[in-house]
Design a protein around this ligand. Structure first.
Ligand SMILES: Nc1ncnc2c1ncn2[C@@H]1O[C@H](COP(=O)(O)OP(=O)(O)OP(=O)(O)O)[C@@H](O)[C@H]1O
Ligand SMILES: [Mg+2]
Length: 341
């Protein structure tokens, strides 16, 4: 992936954007911070190449098709809890999505820093972040889209670090379901996603997914925020409260309901989950704090994560990202920005 980073010369014009910095990279894309040259608005550019050394062309093609369809949908979803997609186009063989820039970092980095400090996230903040995510999922589900890609690196924060937003509809299941994507459902193809953050039905089947699949993923995130533990590393069925005694029973029950195997027995969608979080939480009347994070030390009764439990560093260098770059492989400088639609 270093190829892309090398290719976009930082500070030089690129289409309508000047690329300022590399934010990070995922399995198939690199994300850059960039400035629109006429409006001076700061954006995040997600750039996906046509070929990546070491990755099967069919896999990249599938990702690019999803990326394009997800971008087209993302532009239509206008909700403060979903990172706004502004523009989408191609430049030579690069697909480029311009998004609103979320300056407050992502949840993966927050969780990672908490782990390094041996701290747990304040419970009220866990609830407020989950509420933002549930509201974002609600906006997505209301469009008959299933997000399918809820994981810490796709939860971004605003400048104050207070409000969470969902990024990346690139793996979303759009109306019409799997039939839109020829590869899924064929032998050897499964729903794409990040295994630690997939619902059982997303992981094990090629079935049409419904909103409870995203609710399960939110349950996984809530579990991790509350306990500092990755759900699939703990004994199946473990309750958050068994790892952190101060978690209120209503929240413990709700997380357990979100994590049941049978989709029909979970809260149905983001809207229902947000309502439950608001309703159940109203007795505690949690005000939104005025400064970002108030962390608390791992409680003595909790099973603090030990070194053996640590997940890999935040997914800036995912395992499936190509590690090798052929220096002989160069591309033409970017051509004019050409919108796809
Ligand atoms: N609009 C944005 N504003 C600020 N940072 C962003 C934005 N979109 C993505 N990022 C950050 O850029 C980095 C790379 O994102 P990217 O989506 O390519 O990878 P990922 O989410 O880690 O994995 P995946 O390839 O599975 O999506 C992540 O740290 C992510 O939080
Ligand atoms: Mg992402």
């Amino acid at each position: 992936m270093a190829l892309l980073i090398d290719q976009l010369n930082l500070g030089t014009p690129y289409g309508r954007y000047q690329v300022d910095a590399v934010i990070g990279q995922g399995a198939f894309s690199v994300v850059y911070k960039a400035t629109h040259m006429t409006t001076r608005q700061v954006r995040a550019l997600k750039v996906t190449p046509e070929d990546i050394p070491g990755v099967q062309p069919a896999a990249i093609e599938e990702y690019r098709r999803r990326f394009q369809a997800g971008a087209q949908y993302g532009i239509r979803i206008n909700d403060p809890r979903v990172v706004h997609s502004c523009d989408f186009g191609h430049d030579g063989d690069l697909l480029i999505l311009a998004m609103a820039y979320a300056p407050g970092g992502n949840l993966a980095d927050r969780l990672w820093n908490l782990r390094l400090d041996g701290r747990l996230m304040n419970i009220d903040e866990c609830v407020l972040i989950a509420l933002d995510i549930a509201d974002g999922l609600g906006a997505i589900h209301n469009q008959d889209v299933v997000y399918c890609n809820l994981k810490p690196s796709n939860v971004l924060f605003d400048a104050d670090g207070m409000r969470a937003q969902l990024a990346d509809l690139g793996l979303a299941q759009l109306p019409g379901g799997v039939s839109m994507f020829s590869q899924v459902g064929q032998a050897g193809w499964r729903h794409p996603g990040t295994p630690a953050y997939m619902s059982p039905e997303q992981r094990r089947t090629t079935d049409y997914l419904s909103p409870p699949s995203d609710v399960y993923a939110l349950g996984l995130l809530l579990f991790e925020m509350l306990t500092g533990r990755v759900y699939r590393n703990v004994r199946p069925g473990a309750r958050p409260q068994s790892l952190r005694a101060s978690i209120p029973i209503w929240l413990d029950d709700l997380v357990a309901r979100m994590l049941v195997d049978q989709p029909d027995n979970r809260p149905w969608d983001g809207v229902e989950t947000a309502n439950l979080l608001r309703h159940e939480n109203s007795g505690d009347a949690v005000p939104r704090p005025e400064c970002p994070l108030s962390w608390e030390p791992v409680e003595p009764s909790a099973h603090a994560p030990d070194a053996g439990d640590l997940t890999p560093a935040p997914p800036l260098t995912p395992q499936d990202a190509p590690a090798q770059v052929d220096p002989a492989e160069t591309r033409e400088p970017p051509l004019d920005w050409a919108p796809v639609f």
